[in-house]
Design a protein around this ligand. Structure first.
Ligand code: ZN
Length: 167
């Protein structure tokens, strides 16, 4: 039987500004409640270093039940979300993780966030983006190490990088 290589893990995450902005604005407008959704993109192999970078081009809002401390995705509206994901897949974008907001309590994942990530986002290229619109922070985690590890996160806007977060 042939041994299949696992999908690569990204060493850094890059998000297009428009997608970041729309997630960020929704997070800010929903304070004090949490919001969330999926992120779609692809892995890019940088040949000079032989490393993979994750590029996020779209965010997909998901209706959720939320309080100031937790967010839970609902199946209500799931059909529209599935349609959008299928459409994105046809243009080469895959669900590369999820995002949610932490209004005012920093962008580090909670124990529950890590548990959800391990349950629903098992692919090695899938990451979690957390946005804190009150402290104006955003960061990305994955679970390559226990309990989690942070990845360098960049937001791309036209010809220059606007956010450079090396955590
Ligand atoms: Zn959280």
């Amino acid at each position: 039987m042939q041994h299949e290589d696992p999908a690569p893990r990204p060493v850094a995450v890059h998000m297009l500004y428009d997608a970041f902005r729309s997630a960020y604005d929704r997070a800010r407008e929903s304070v004090p409640k949490e919001i969330g959704g999926f992120i779609a993109g692809y892995l890019l192999l940088v040949r000079s270093t032989n490393e993979h970078h994750l590029v996020i081009e779209e965010e997909i809002p998901v209706r959720s039940r939320s309080t100031a401390l937790t967010v839970e995705f609902l199946t209500e509206g799931a059909r529209e979300v599935a349609d959008r994901i299928n459409k994105l897949r046809r243009s080469g974008l895959y669900v590369v993780g999820w995002y949610h907001s932490h209004p005012g309590y920093s962008c580090y994942p909670s124990k529950l966030d890590i548990k959800s990530h391990k349950t629903y986002f098992r692919e090695p290229y899938q990451v979690g983006l957390i946005i804190d619109p009150i402290n104006k922070e955003a960061c990305v985690f994955q679970v390559a190490e226990e309990p989690y590890n942070m990845l360098p996160f960049y937001v791309w806007r036209g010809p220059r990088w606007v956010i450079k977060e090396s955590l």
